[in-house]
Design a protein around this ligand. Structure first.
Ligand SMILES: Nc1ncnc2c1ncn2[C@@H]1O[C@H](COP(=O)(O)OP(=O)(O)O)[C@@H](O)[C@H]1O
Ligand SMILES: [Mg+2]
Length: 362
């Protein structure tokens, strides 16, 4: 974390330096599947996202090692692309180093402002060593010369769901974050996290695994898809409102192609996901919250439950979750999500960063 570095505004024009221009607010989420950055004006931010992965190759002429990241790396080098945060947080020194390299490449390719106040949306996982390594990536990162702050991903993701400003920071509500590697739940009371719960058993990645298995079953063993393809099937086709069976074609090992149609594999997997999430929230998280904070429990359940995280993108998942949870706990509940949940955490973080800049808190 750096202090005042107003004199050190390397790339700024002379005019900017003379008038001591305010730092740029940035909201950043480095997720296990995607990294998302929101910048410029928080009312209509520009949002950049990329897959959190990188591959290296040697320059054919000079032998120098080059780095490519994102979809390009995943597509061109499926054999050696690395998703550094596969389990949600960096697992060791090596992946921490790779993640730093990724973030530097990403920041320079997208011209992210170093003279910035950055808010990071970070997971709520009980893994101190992993969180320390994430902090190292953030603190050594290429942005945030003026100030770096971090807030829970589900709070950031709830910000765009609960109004145009920062109402979420003042409210009392329950947030359920449905990400690639964890299901997280907690209540917020004016930004304070209560009864945080997380499990690595109910996840977007587990859904992808099941889709791959169910596709194999549904095609009588003829089709084996990898996890990237399974994730794409889920992201493109899962839909609780009006799912349509879809077809795909694979190359067969002996040559020739095989066309198949998926009726059930995708929806069976996401259906089980919602049931498992509801079960965990109704029977583990909410009872814990009620036993520690009964008033907050009542108050929070009178407000909409905010679903955050990329799995919230599946059309119809919010009302499906709402109905099934209501049945399970035998009381009426409402659920909501931001538009475009996959970028909501970065956009919420960006709004917080903008407020910090406005308040001169840097
Ligand atoms: N449009 C979509 N439809 C269905 N699932 C999606 C969509 N977009 C993202 N996801 C899923 O959401 C998960 C990523 O959520 P995210 O909150 O970004 O996770 P993390 O914080 O773990 O990186 C992945 O499993 C991804 O496939
Ligand atoms: Mg997450």
């Amino acid at each position: 974390m750096s202090d005042d570095t107003e004199d050190d505004s390397g790339g700024e024009s002379t005019a900017d330096m003379e008038f001591g221009e305010q730092p740029a607010p940035l909201g950043v989420k480095v997720g296990s599947t995607r990294t998302v950055v929101a910048e410029d004006d928080a009312d209509s931010p520009s949002v950049t996202q990329t897959l959190t992965c990188l591959a290296t190759y040697d320059d054919a002429l000079t032998g120098e090692e080059h780095v490519i990241y994102g979809a390009e790396a995943a597509t061109e080098y499926p054999d050696r692309v690395r998703f550094m945060l596969r389990s949600g947080l960096p697992e060791d020194k090596e992946t921490t180093g790779l993640a730093k390299r990724f973030f530097e490449e990403f920041a320079s390719a997208n011209g992210l402002d170093t003279d910035s106040v950055v808010v990071y949306a970070i997971p709520t996982i009980d893994n101190e060593a992993g969180l320390d390594r994430l902090a190292e990536i953030i603190e050594d990162g290429p942005v945030g010369e003026r100030r770096i702050a971090s807030y829970p991903e589900s709070l950031c993701g709830a910000v765009p769901a609960l109004g145009d400003g920062l109402d979420a920071i003042e409210d009392t509500f329950v947030a359920i974050n449905m990400g690639s590697t964890n299901l997280e739940a907690c209540a917020y009371r004016r930004g304070e996290q209560l009864a945080p719960f997380s499990t690595g058993a109910i996840t977007g990645t587990e859904v992808d695994r099941r889709i791959a298995n169910y596709v194999e079953e549904e095609t009588q063993g003829r089709v084996n898809i990898d996890l990237t393809t399974a994730r794409e099937y889920k992201e493109q086709h899962a839909d609780f409102n009006d799912y349509e069976p879809f077809s795909d074609i694979i190359q067969q090992p002996g040559g020739g192609t095989y066309e198949f149609t998926i009726e059930d594999a995708v929806m069976d997997a996401v259906d089980e996901f919602v049931d498992a999430a509801v079960d965990e929230v109704a029977n583990v998280f909410l009872p814990d919250l009620a036993s520690d904070y009964v008033k907050i429990y009542q108050q929070a359940l009178d407000n909409p439950i905010v679903l955050t995280g990329g799995m919230g993108c599946i059309p119809g998942i919010v009302s499906e979750f709402e109905t099934r949870l209501g049945e399970e706990i035998d009381r009426e509940v409402e659920a909501t999500t931001a538009d475009e949940p996959e970028t909501a955490a970065a956009r919420g973080a960006h709004r917080i960063a903008e407020r910090l800049v406005d308040l001169g808190e840097y």
